[in-house]
Design a protein around this ligand. Structure first.
Ligand code: ASP
Length: 354
């Protein structure tokens, strides 16, 4: 693909100062209204012209723009592979990375990158905006400038953040713990099962005890094989047998994230359990996550989840749905056997669950 690369003129003096690679994928941050009134992605050079403050930053800034910026509702596995590849290829040249991305699927993309980039020991900070940068009351300026600052922050010559995060509305979240929870306020993201990595006010206050601390001695590895033969099923009262059977009987289905009630409960009528049992016997891996964004799945806490472990369904603990789907895609992409994948799924891979 034809990526556009350009440098932004800043106060960077090239002598020992830090350099950050910004990757622009699209999203509201750079959108404008088209002739029908809908928001559509826009050229990033024009976007940057709206933030003259960037020229005052004492950090070297290089931008790589997706050839055709996207609304993140269109993000695909191929885009994650492209993002992973750009970071992998440029890893040694930059101190940190900022990814400008739409908010709709930012938590999926941040989860994907957190698992695809094994051994990451530099900051990869996703950010975006709820209001386009061209609008007077946009949140884009603050989000972008602070994301750059966080990506450039170091202690004793090493990056402070060594993981994939989302920075949004004065909060720094672990990427694979976050979820978009609001579409019409600036506080779009939450991470119910993990504390904020940093809170931003007059200062950036890092919660240093809970930051990922890889030793940085293992070389970065990029995992790019994701299998999309997965599905997400949200259980609801009244879900009937024919619908359940047709989802579980989908052609080529290999993995299912099942969003259940509360601490992992389902309607435990015999026909429901039988359908799930049959799917497991057909080598479909079923991962149980909660519909509640806070709390965790505990098989057997209630009678309505007692049978699940017994019939081979895996508890996702307190993982987010977004991380659960990506983990399934990656493990299935690794072509390991269902039994090995099931053993891998119960353990944290990169700070996404306890
Ligand atoms: N639809 C937009 C997107 O995800 C929403 C946003 O950026 O906030 O690209």
């Amino acid at each position: 693909m034809n990526y556009k690369i350009f440098k932004i003129r800043t106060s960077h003096n090239l002598s020992g100062q830090r350099s950050i690679l910004i990757i622009y994928t699209g999203g509201t941050i750079g959108m404008v209204h088209d002739e029908t009134g809908s928001l559509v992605p826009f050229n990033f050079i024009k976007v940057m012209e709206r933030i003259p403050e960037l020229s005052k930053i004492e950090v070297g800034l290089t931008v790589i723009s997706f050839p055709k910026p996207i609304d993140s509702s269109n993000v695909s596995i191929r885009d994650w592979q492209a993002l992973g590849y750009i970071i992998y290829e440029n890893y040694d040249q930059y101190d940190g990375f900022v990814i400008l991305h739409g908010t709709d699927t930012m938590a999926y993309s941040a989860s994907a990158l957190s698992f695809m980039l094994e051994g990451l020991a530099k900051p990869v900070i996703f950010t975006g905006a709820q209001i386009p940068i061209g609008n007077l009351r946009s949140d884009a300026r603050e989000n972008l400038i602070t994301a750059i600052e966080i990506a450039a922050d170091q202690r004793n010559g090493t990056p402070l953040i060594k993981e994939v995060c989302i920075y949004f509305n004065f909060g720094l979240f672990r990427g694979n713990r976050s979820q978009k929870v609001k579409s019409s306020t600036f506080a779009a993201f939450e991470s119910q099962n993990y504390p904020l990595l940093a809170e931003v006010g007059m200062d950036i206050n890092y919660n240093e005890a809970i930051l990922a601390a890889p030793n940085g001695l293992v070389p970065l590895r990029l995992h790019q094989d994701l299998d999309d033969n997965v599905a997400l099923l949200k259980i609801f009262p009244g879900l009937n047998k024919a619908v359940l059977e047709s989802i579980l009987g989908s052609e080529n289905l290999k993995g299912l994230v099942m969003e259940t009630f509360g601490s992992g409960n389902i309607p435990n009528e015999p026909w429901f359990i039988e359908c799930l049992k049959k799917a497991v016997a057909n080598q479909i891996i079923i991962l149980n996550v909660s519909q509640c964004s806070g709390g965790e799945v505990i098989h057997g806490r209630y009678e309505t989840s007692r049978k699940l472990s017994e019939i081979g369904i895996i508890s996702g603990g307190n993982i987010t749905t977004e991380s659960a789907i990506i983990k399934l895609m990656l493990f299935l992409g690794s072509k390991k056997s269902p039994e090995i994948i099931k053993n891998l799924l119960v353990n944290p891979m990169n700070g996404e669950m306890d």
